[in-house]
Every structure is written in C-alpha cells, then in structure tokens.
Design a protein around this ligand. Structure first.
Ligand code: SF4
Length: 365
C-alpha cells in the first residue's frame, strides 16, 4: 500500500492536526485509520477543544428539560444532570428526533411542535449493487466514493466501495423491477424460490466485499416518511422510534434508474446485479442519508425550529444537524449539513455580539 508522509492540514488556514494523504484503502465508510478523511475529530471538534470546549465521549443523553427559571437540564444515561443556559442538539436525525420525542412525552419540553417527526426525508434513495463474476477481483482500491453521475436531472448516482460492509451478504438478493410493492415482492420471492442455490452462493461468495460495488441512487424530489414513538416489535415494553408513511408522496422503495444502473454496470463489468431484499421483498424505503424530522419552518405549525435553528417554544434550545433539513437534497448531505451548521454558528455569534444580554454559554455548565 502506498504511504504518504505527514503534512500540515490544508484547511482552516493550517490550524488543525497533521494529516496524511489517502492510502486508497477503501475504508472511509467505517472511519479512516490514517487521518486522511475529513472527520469531525480532525476539524470542528479538534478546534473546539483547543478553544476550551470539553468533549465527553461515550456519554448518552436521555432527556433535556426546560427549567422554570430559564435554561435547560441535560440528563445523561449515567444519571448525571448538567445545566446550561443554552443547549445545541446535534445527535443526527434518529438521535435528535428521539431525544425531543422522549423529552416532550415526559413533559420536559412541552412546547415542542406537533410537526416533530413529520417531513422525514430518505433523500428519495434506492440502493443497488453488483457482485463481480471474477472471484479474484479486488475493487477496494480507492476512497469509498470516487465516481458519480446524473442519469437525469433529478437523479444522482454514486458508486461505493463497501469495505467493512459484511452485512451486505445477508441483505442482497436478485434484481427485480416493479413499481407496485406487492407485485415486486411476489416476483422477488418467486425468483428466490426458483433459484435458492444462487442466493446461497451469493451469501457465501468468496471475497464478497472485494468484489462488491454498491450504488446509492438519490433524488431531489418531494416525498417523505414520518417518525413516531411506538412500542418496539422486538422488546414491546420499550417505546422506540418507528417509521410510518408520511402525509405527502411516499418515499420510494424502488427507483427504475437504480435498477438500470446496476444492470448496465453488471453487463459491462461482468457481474450480477442485485437489490436490497428489504426494498424488493420488504417494500421498505432504505436510505444512507436520513434527513428532517425537526425541520426548519415559518412557525410551530410548519416546523420544529426557526431559521436560526431555535426550537419554537423553547428559546435557547437549538437543533443543528440533518434533522433540520426540510427537503430531499439528492446528494450526499454532509456538506449541506456543514454549511447550515456554519451559518447557524455565524448568526449565533452575530446575535451574541450585538446583544450583551444574550445568554453567555452554549453547552453543559
Ligand atoms: S481510502 Fe478513505 S479510509 Fe482509506 S486512507 Fe483514503 S480517506 Fe482514509
């Protein structure tokens, strides 16, 4: 494997830890072991820590409570109670939405908008794959995503290496077309029934990860699901986050463009095109990029947060992560989330500078 020598970070005017060049190991999805990928611990968290922020890894927040005199209490799973004048939630869609649900259900954040959990976006995604016919093929050399294209105006395809994705053995099955989920399910089950040994060979294929190409197919079109708190089907004594159909157009479990990409790639490169079984048999909308659920809106009847990311009804409580995004962006959304977080920080700082009474702290005290 090619080695790169350490060099100063090219970002933030050189402020940051020493970096090394990419070794093309393909493991970006599970974190970069060489300090080449732009992960938060190498930029924002690193910079925050050097400016006095205290980072508390492995700490799970159970609830946030508004205090009568103003400010918030943050309750951790270890029983600790932290107090802060202002709190920023940035736990990702599933973390932030569940935290807000749990806190509202317990009466700790009573004014959180009824729009919580609505307008959740799957990025209008479908995921397909191709397993190379050559058992000795090794397609893992390079960063996780190195190719992308738009087959039409609304559709964006990225080709992914899947180092670390062993679970895909159990999740993939025959490529089956069909706009109607029930018919597609029947067709997929019939195909599996006709060729059980083909499926077994797929699941036990030698060098499976090395031979696998995965296509994430995303669209910037209007559709949604909804997240609610409900009993877990596995542990019914617990209430957990569950997905439901939303009020608008349903998020897709099938995109013809996704199947076409897999089919054509398999034909030209020599391989077997595949669907996720949860999409073809389960009829589920699967995404690597869930967005929304605590989205920005004009008021509490329209969204959970305002344009400054502040939760309606709870001044000083902010949501700054993918759950604030109110639409399918149709691309990998990390840069959109970063841009919105930087905008939040700039506006927060400007308000703080212009108003001396503005609360003097963010985070736990
Ligand atoms: S391919 Fe990804 S994980 Fe591997 S060195 Fe490059 S950035 Fe890091």
């Amino acid at each position: 494997m090619r080695r790169a020598s350490p060099s100063p970070t090219p970002f933030f005017d050189g402020e940051g830890p020493v970096r090394t060049g990419c070794r093309r190991c393909g493991a970006c999805l599970i974190g970069c072991p060489y300090g080449s990928k732009n992960t938060l611990d190498l930029n924002y968290l690193w910079l925050a820590e050097r400016r006095g922020a205290r980072i508390r890894p492995e700490t799970r927040v159970e609830t946030v409570a508004a205090m009568p005199e103003g400010g918030y209490e943050v309750h951790t799973a270890d029983g600790e109670v932290l107090r802060a004048a202002e709190v920023v939630l940035a736990a990702g869609v599933l973390g932030t939405v569940e935290l807000l649900f749990r806190s509202r259900e317990q009466g700790l954040l009573p004014h959180v908008s009824p729009r919580l959990g609505h307008g959740v976006r799957t990025n209008s995604e479908a995921i397909t794959a191709v397993l190379a016919d050559d058992p000795d093929a090794d397609l893992t050399r390079g960063p996780t995503i190195s190719s992308e294209f738009y087959p039409d105006e609304a559709t964006h395809v990225t080709q992914n290496r899947y180092v670390g994705g062993w679970h895909m053995r159990l999740q993939l099955g025959p490529l089956v077309d069909g706009e109607v989920p029930a018919r597609r399910r029947r067709a997929a089950l019939a195909e599996l029934g006709r060729h059980p040994f083909r499926q077994l060979r797929l699941m036990t294929a030698r060098n499976f990860i090395e031979r696998l190409s995965v296509f994430t197919v995303m669209q910037n079109v209007e559709n949604e699901i909804r997240l609610v708190m409900d009993r877990s089907p596995v542990t019914p004594w617990r209430r957990v986050l569950r997905s439901r159909t939303g009020g608008g157009a349903p998020a897709p479990s099938y995109l013809p463009q996704a199947n076409e990409v897999a089919r054509r790639f398999a034909e030209s490169a020599g391989g077997r095109p595949l669907n996720l079984l949860l999409e073809s048999v389960g009829g589920k909308s699967i995404t690597a990029h869930v967005l929304g659920g605590a989205a920005m809106g004009a008021d509490a009847s329209d969204g959970v947060i305002d344009t400054d990311h502040q939760v309606f009804g709870h001044p000083g409580l902010y949501v700054v992560d993918g759950s604030s995004i109110p639409a399918n962006v149709g691309v990998n959304p990390s840069l959109t989330i970063t841009a919105m977080a930087e905008r939040f920080a700039a506006r927060y700082r400007a308000r703080r500078t212009s108003s001396p009474d503005h609360a003097s702290s963010i985070g736990a005290q």
